[in-house]
Design a protein around this ligand. Structure first.
Ligand SMILES: [Zn+2]
Length: 242
């Protein structure tokens, strides 16, 4: 007859029916552990309803788990999906803002470490985090450098080249003009087979991320409007920072 790893009781024939071979626990311990895990999860969801896991919250959570004689690895695993949700929420919030604050990044890493989330499970979230850090650094003035295959002025520095489609509003229709943006320290160019537009930086009043692209508000008519692009946030961050 198997012996319960939790309470040490040897299961009889009846007990062996509820014995959990995977965890090595008898039916009674199994249901107790399940209740403790639920308590741990509820506490975690409660503490982190504001999206933050602080040192104080974590020490209270782990004290609660120890008090319930929970195996902390099992407890962590039990709330894995909730923890991944929490990380995702941090990124959704930061993406909507267009940048990630240092505090948010520290919180993200703290959650990943304390809840021992394996790299493989967090990989897509970590990729999004580094993308947001890249965008944030651009906004802080660390503009990327690009090498377009067009002729620039000798002292002109290119920061970005990105394919885009201009949604040109006509009197009765909208025509799509595909081309690419070449963003330099001197000007913003939109180049297409039908000809290009050069926009001086003093004509750019505002740039805004919209679904699937950016809206460029210019102090002149030509080139003013919506452009769809593969990475609107990057395009907006570079244009907005120059
Ligand atoms: Zn037991």
């Amino acid at each position: 007859m198997p012996k319960c790893v939790q309470c040490g009781t040897e299961t009889g024939f009846i007990g062996s029916l509820t014995f959990n071979k995977q965890t090595g626990r008898c039916g009674r311990c199994e249901s107790e552990v399940k209740q403790s895990l639920m308590r741990f999860r509820n506490a975690f969801l409660n503490f982190c309803s504001d999206g933050m896991l602080t040192e104080e919250k974590w020490s209270r959570l782990s004290a609660g788990a120890a008090n319930d004689r929970l195996n902390i690895d099992e407890a962590r695993l039990f709330i894995r999906a909730d923890a991944l949700n929490l990380l995702n929420r941090i990124l959704i919030f930061a993406t909507a803002n267009g940048f990630i604050r240092d505090e948010e990044e520290r919180n993200f890493q703290y959650i990943q470490v304390k809840l021992a989330i394996p790299y493989i499970e967090a990989q897509s979230l970590l990729d999004r985090l580094s993308y947001l850090k890249y965008i944030t650094n651009i906004r802080r003035g660390r503009l990327p450098t690009a090498y377009p295959n067009i002729r620039l002025d000798t002292d002109e520095l290119c920061h970005l080249e990105m394919p885009a489609t201009f949604h040109k509003i006509n009197a009765k229709s909208t025509s799509l003009i595909s081309g690419r943006f070449v963003v330099t320290d001197k000007k913003l160019r939109f180049l297409s087979v039908t000809g290009g537009t050069e926009i001086g930086w003093n004509s750019v009043m505002r740039v805004q991320v919209q679904s699937g692209g950016i809206y460029l508000e210019l102090s002149r008519k030509t080139g003013n409007g919506f452009y769809s692009a593969s990475d609107p946030l990057l395009l907006e961050a570079v244009i907005d920072t120059i």
